[in-house]
Design a protein around this ligand. Sequence first.
Ligand code: SF4
Ligand code: SF4
Length: 289
Amino acid sequence: MSDNNMKEKILLAIKRLGIDMVGFASKARFEGVDAQHNPFSIFPEAKTVILVGKRICRGALRGVEEGTNFGDYSLFGKTWLEDEFLAVSCYDLVRLIEDEGWEACPVFPNSPDIPTQGVAVSEGRPAPNVYPDFDYAAVACGLGEIGKSGLFLSPEYGSRQRFHMILTDAEIEETPLFEGSVCDGCGKCAESCPLGAIDMNHLKEITMAGKTMQVASIRYDLCKTCKNGACPNSVNASLMPDRIPALCNRSCLCHLEEEGLVGNRFERPFRTREAWQIGGSGDGDRGAR
Ligand code: SF4
Ligand code: SF4
């Protein structure tokens, strides 16, 4: 039986805690997820996954768009946002849930690509560490969809958000799966990629928590060499880079805003001059758009 009182307390608290997004999913939505990436491997008695998110402010991408400052995105858009601002808000919500007598287990958004870092403590258990796929969890929690670019998109911020997870044994009514669509298949992400890494002619169907989406074929091996704003993986450069600040996704951001496909609006357009690019046929030219 769902604890509506708990849900109301969480919804009331998120504004005070500076959390921009929250979604809830039951264990059933993670059925079929392999044990190595399943959040319920971490807390088997949990009943609910809660995902809390904070936006990446658009201004954190400004220096990348101009090609003049990459360091401040990596702080305000990634490291500090995940490791500090969001971590504190998530932990305060954990405390609120535990004050009500329910266990609340905070989970950091480590990359699910990170290889296991130990051996299973007993037969039948996955090896540590289990790192859930947060894109899957965001879809399962009803917060959005995976776009053709392979990035998670929400109807409010597009790809501009980061999440932390809380597993709790409180049974909380789940958020309906997102039924609309943010990505309109425009292909701007593919057109703008100087390395030709996104192939819109070969779409793949993926299903997460019962929601089916189409994603372009993507040469992630090229993304790992990309110098167009992609941020190398901080754990290991051989793992997937952060593509949110990359040219493909900044072009997507422009498109979603221009077409009114996201709710977070601004007085002025994000892109006011042609985008710079490195590594394509027009190497070094300003003109990737
Ligand atoms: S650029 Fe267009 S096709 Fe690519 S993810 Fe964004 S909306 Fe979808
Ligand atoms: S990260 Fe770079 S190489 Fe990969 S799709 Fe985006 S622009 Fe292209």
